[in-house]
Design a protein around this ligand. Structure first.
Ligand code: CMP
Length: 137
């Protein structure tokens, strides 16, 4: 069974749509193997998004990700990484297909409701960033 990491970002948590987003994962056949609400420190967010450190949007991304609590979830299922990305829709909500999470809940490319791992290799790294093995079932 494949696992991937989802982050429900501060904008979607503030909109009180955590349950609606988690329901979409379950309705698509993904299982919640672990989940928690947490708030990232600046050091956490900079480390998590280190791959984007040289991009012009890095500071805005980090500022946004620490602006409020997030809900991090390990999703498990067949093709979990790709399935989650399909459910999320394009990074820019203006380009996200109708019915996707970002089309329905995101406001901008920064406040884009959710993050999902972009490869199985990164999923493992991102899951280990947030969860101990004993927290994943
Ligand atoms: P996420 O999937 O969390 O990965 C990095 C985030 O950077 C992305 O979602 C967007 O919220 C944010 N971002 C802001 N501007 C851009 C951009 N031009 N290209 C990609 N990501 C961007």
């Amino acid at each position: 069974m494949e696992q991937t990491l989802s982050i429900i970002k501060p904008d979607a948590v503030a909109k009180n749509v955590v349950g609606q987003i988690l329901s979409r994962f379950e309705a698509a056949g993904l299982r919640i193997a672990a989940t928690k609400k947490t708030r990232l420190s600046r050091v956490d967010a900079e480390a998590f998004y280190a791959i984007h450190a040289e991009r012009p949007f890095f500071k805005d991304l980090v500022d946004f990700m620490i602006s409020g609590p997030v809900v991090v979830t390990v999703l498990e299922g067949e093709d979990a990484m790709a399935k989650n990305r399909e459910l999320m829709g394009a990074t820019n909500p203006a380009e996200a297909a109708p019915g996707t999470i970002r089309a329905d809940f995101a406001d901008s490319i920064d406040a884009n409701a959710v993050h999902g791992s972009d490869s199985v290799e990164n999923a493992e790294i991102e899951i280990n960033f947030f969860f101990a093995q004993r927290e994943i079932y």
